[in-house]
Design a binder for this molecule. Structure first.
Ligand code: UDP
Ligand code: MG
Length: 338
């Protein structure tokens, strides 16, 4: 903003450029300008009365401006001091930076709005105009019941699941069975990867397993006898699978954990290996599967235990005995008609 003194100076320059610059002319013009300046100053007393802020006091004062702004100095015939150097273009406000900032902001906002329209509503957070901070699960826990069934290899998960399906109408999805089916599907790009993982008791990358599970859940819900209650057997075997599944597919209601000593599981697997035809029911693969279970899968059980979502059942007795306990514990956890 121009100060009154500066306005006076500009006025003086302007008038002097119109008339010859004789000394008396200059003096007359200077007086005229100073009179104008004095009248302008009296019009804005409030601004001058404001006490300077502490930071303003610390700033160096522009002495050049003060020397010709007021008082008797205005009457001296010494040539006026040179005009003050332009300070960020004086009173000319530059609008183009604001225009650019507003244009970029509006453009970015429109881009976000258009992108958002392409996302299916099921994956959007509500309300719809809020950008989601993380993906919304495909199914909500209010519509779909998911029980994870965990336990070491040979603990008896498949056996207990078959009984629960028979008596309570759950849909049973075995992660291992889905992976074996994908491995054998002609043209599958994951066939070899799955084969290698299973043989070595390693965990198949979560993207593959989670995609297979979600696809199987959708198929079960699309069927005529649409079922929304699932036993997901042998999954999640790793923390990242657990977190990702609950984030993108559906939160789990609880974990049914079949606890069995390693010696008993090994005996069962060796027995099963005589007829199962499974590539991993042999001593070498079994040893690796035990390792993976202890190192990678048990932390998943511990994670859900901390959230009080685990129903732990001793899986050493006979299948009938284990099933009786399973029913009783599920009734306690989910209600009589679970
Ligand atoms: N598997 C996997 N991710 C899973 C489930 C299974 O990678 O979420 C693989 C893993 O190599 C495992 C094999 O599939 O050793 C067999 O799994 P299954 O559940 O059939 O074995 P179980 O524990 O019932 O003996
Ligand atoms: Mg199994």
């Amino acid at each position: 903003m121009a100060t009154p003194a500066r306005q006076a100076w500009r006025q003086l320059i302007r008038t002097s450029s119109r008339s010859p610059a004789t000394p008396s002319n200059l003096l007359q013009q200077q007086r005229l300008a100073l009179r104008r300046q004095a009248s302008t100053s009296t019009r804005a007393p409030s601004r001058r009365a404001v006490a300077p802020s502490p930071s303003a006091l610390l700033r160096p004062q522009p002495s050049a401006r003060r020397s010709y702004s007021s008082g008797p100095q205005g009457n001296q015939q010494t040539p006026p001091p040179p005009p003050p150097p332009p300070r960020s273009n004086g009173n000319q406000v530059k609008f183009w930076p604001f225009v650019i900032v507003i244009a970029c902001g509006s453009g970015g906002y429109m881009l976000l709005v258009n992108r958002r329209k392409e996302i299916p509503p099921s994956q959007r957070a509500t309300p719809p105009d809020m950008a989601p901070t993380k993906p919304t699960p495909a199914f909500s826990a209010a519509d779909v019941t998911v029980l994870f069934v965990l336990g070491g290899p040979g603990a008896g998960k498949g056996t207990q699941c078959a009984r629960l399906v028979h008596d309570y109408g759950f849909t049973h999805l075995s992660a291992g069975d889905l992976l074996r089916a994908e491995q054998d599907r002609p043209g599958s790009q994951y066939g070899q990867l799955i084969r290698d993982c299973i043989k070595n008791g390693a965990i198949v990358p979560q993207e593959v397993t989670i995609a297979l599970l979600e696809q199987a859940m959708r198929a079960a819900m699309a069927a005529a006898s649409a079922n929304r209650r699932f036993l997901i057997d042998g999954f999640p075997r790793k923390m990242d699978q657990a977190l990702k599944f609950e984030e993108v597919v559906c939160p789990a209601r609880l974990v049914l954990f079949y606890d069995c000593p390693e010696a008993e599981m090994e005996r069962r697997l060796m027995e099963r290996g005589k007829t199962s035809g499974r590539a991993d029911d042999n001593a070498d693969s079994i040893r690796k599967r035990f390792r993976t279970f202890v190192d990678t899968s048990m932390p998943v059980v511990t994670h859900y235990e901390a959230g009080d979502r685990v129903v732990k059942i001793d899986a050493t007795p006979t299948p009938d005995q284990v099933y009786a306990v399973t029913q009783q514990r599920l009734k306690q956890a989910l209600g009589d008609k679970f």
